[in-house]
Write a protein that binds this ligand. Sequence first.
Ligand SMILES: C[S@@+](CC[C@H](N)C(=O)[O-])C[C@H]1O[C@@H](n2cnc3c(N)ncnc32)[C@H](O)[C@@H]1O
Length: 237
Amino acid sequence: MIDKQRPDWNATIQGMFSRISRHYDLLNTLMSLGRDRHWRKFVLKYAAVPPDGSLLDVGAGTGKIALEAKSTYQDIRVTALDLTPDMMKVGKAQAGGGDILWINGDALELPFRDQSFDAVTSGFLMRNAPDVKKAFQEQFRVVQPGGRVICLDTCPPKYHVMKPLIYLYFKIGITFLGGMVSRQWDAYRYLPESIQAFKTPQELAGVMESAGFANVTYRRFMFDTVAIVIGERPPAA
Ligand SMILES: C[S@@+](CC[C@H](N)C(=O)[O-])C[C@H]1O[C@@H](n2cnc3c(N)ncnc32)[C@H](O)[C@@H]1O
């Protein structure tokens, strides 16, 4: 049973992602049937960072969004923040890793001044965060008025006709694949549990609105199991 309110939650998350850091990218691509890059490209398209602008990727992990951003829009400044140094170590070692500013920090207490970035993204972070609204509030605080915040995550497919098969894939396919490749069975038992316990795209959009965002919309992918939720910090009056 997942208890994100436990005082040692961040340490648990950090330990788990440290242990799977070397296999994370491969497993992410295998489990998404190669679609993960496509979703991250959408995230960046919706982020609409202006030329010479700045992007913060929260819960950046191995930097998949940050690296894609820097290789697509060379003239932007990209900052990647994550709780787990071992995940960032993998990203730093990749081509283009040196062009990104990597910061070890907590999504619930972003170490940046108000309105520091033109856009803020996150990929598969929110499911792990103990307080989703607080995480969105922090992203709202650090994004410029008029800037966008984009959240990519895996969500439970509440009403999809394929739901039984999808749950079977989550419970058996993901756990087996992840466990076999990484040998970290607990981490890949946690993954489907965290998806099932998470919010639907609609609920996630509601939390984003309650954190102050305007024009909140979402898009679903892969039998409604993956969502990109987009919100705007209203322009200054
Ligand atoms: C599933 S990985 C996603 C990595 C990357 N964003 C991607 O698209 O593949 C989740 C990442 O969120 C990080 N994380 C979890 N809780 C966090 C928090 N409170 N603050 C910052 N990072 C956090 C973990 O360390 C991990 O690297």
